[in-house]
Design a binder for this molecule. Structure first.
Ligand code: FEO
Length: 399
């Protein structure tokens, strides 16, 4: 246990070796933590648990810390297994009938994960609170940010917002607070987390942030369920979420392609030259060897998305198919896009990419561009012009 505020303790797991999360969907280069918290007053509350592979370790730390028999109530802000996974183990240790507080969807999730109808589950909604004696825990529903059951819990006396996944980072550090870690690393992980996990729900987040701000909560600490706690200027991350939840862009272009030989990369280089001719910044990725979670972060930060693929078996490379599905799933907003690629005979890939981008809500700024076999000097000139026009379209989008 580590005291983070008077009578409030971090009681989580630092999973230093984690390198992939959600199966292998998300890379976690800087590992992660599963943050559970204990709030002590006349009553003792446990807020969230940890991923079930750590259930025994978690149970042991509860016993060593407060003693599981002394837990009076449990709050489950979100029952995804990385937070609710050890609830079953905890329920074996706490007194029979210990109440669990969660959202309506949380109750359904707990029932369907644990198949127990004898647990004392109490459904709460925004504004409801439970007293611990001298202090109260107040609940704020966060439906679909990012699961239907998500909610936050606020300790108004201490000014601590237990925000669960919101404001989290897959980031493991020896320190516990934002002022104890490298700020650059922290923000790289915070925006990667937002881009990969929360971006699909950005419109909901925008509204929810307004709602939370209107509550005027006197926040001194924001304690998420992953990564470090926001202590120095805690509302800075709320401000960043407000920026990221809009149609966020840092103004550069991403060129992402996969290829069989050298023709599509040559087209990519010529397109990049066109972007540079008009003063546009860009990044180039060969998706065949790129970490897709990192690429999605760059896509989220980009204004322009240019996707290339040579045509393979009448379609795109498999890494490009995955990328296009990711672009659609992440519902990126405010981006412009275009497609290109080399081909031998049928040449469908650029058209398929362009149609997919349109179907994903990306404003397609250019007709798909193709070159057969090895691009000629005239083909490459067209690529440069394509890049120049795309840069102008990006500039117009910014204006
Ligand atoms: Fe960190 Fe949605 O679980």
């Amino acid at each position: 246990m580590h005291e983070i505020a008077k009578n409030i303790y971090w009681n989580g797991i630092k999973h230093w070796t984690l390198r992939n999360f959600h199966g292998r969907e998300l890379s976690t280069h800087r590992a992660s933590t599963y943050n559970a918290y204990i709030v002590r007053d006349e009553k003792t509350a446990l807020i969230d648990t940890v991923w079930d592979p750590f259930a025994d370790e978690f149970a042991a730390s509860l016993e060593a810390g407060v003693g599981a028999k002394n837990i009076d109530l449990i709050v489950i802000n979100h029952n995804e297994p990385d937070h609710g996974g050890s609830l079953g183990r905890v329920m074996e240790l706490v007194p029979e009938g210990t109440p669990i507080y969660c959202s309506k969807n949380g109750a359904e999730s707990i029932r369907k994960y644990f198949h127990r109808d004898d647990w004392n589950i109490n459904v709460v909604k925004t504004g409801d609170s439970v007293s611990l004696g001298g202090r109260e825990l107040t609940f704020v529903e966060m439906r679909l940010i990012h699961w239907p059951d998500s909610m936050m819990t606020f300790d108004s006396g201490a000014g601590v917002l237990f925000s669960n996944d919101a404001f989290g980072q897959h980031y493991c550090a020896s320190g516990f607070f934002n002022d104890e870690v490298d700020e650059c690393e922290l923000y790289q992980e915070a925006i990667k987390y937002f881009a990969n996990i929360l971006a699909p729900y950005a419109p909901l987040i925008e509204k929810k942030l307004d709602e939370i701000t209107a509550l005027g909560l006197p926040v001194k600490l924001i304690a998420p369920s992953h990564g470090v706690i926001w202590r120095r200027d805690p509302l800075q991350i709320v401000g960043k979420y407000a920026e990221w939840a809009k149609a966020y862009s840092e103004g550069f272009a991403v060129i992402a392609y996969d290829c069989l030989y050298n023709a599509t990369p040559a087209m990519a280089a010529a397109i990049a030259q066109g972007l540079a001719n008009r003063g546009a910044a860009y990044k180039i990725f060969n998706t065949g060897g790129t970490d897709m979670s990192d690429l999605m972060t760059d896509m989220f930060c980009a204004r322009g998305i240019i996707v290339g693929s040579s045509t393979v078996n009448n379609t795109v490379h498999r890494s490009i198919a995955g990328l296009l599905d990711d672009i659609r799933g992440h519902r990126l907003r405010g981006k412009i896009g275009a497609a290109f690629g080399s081909y031998g005979w049928s040449g469908e890939a650029p058209r398929l990419i362009s149609e997919h981008l349109k179907g994903s809500g990306i404003e397609v700024a250019e007709e798909p561009l193709r070159a057969q076999y090895a691009p000629t000097p005239d083909d490459l000139r067209k690529c440069v012009e394509f890049g120049e026009r795309f840069a102008e379209a990006m500039a117009a989008k910014r204006a």
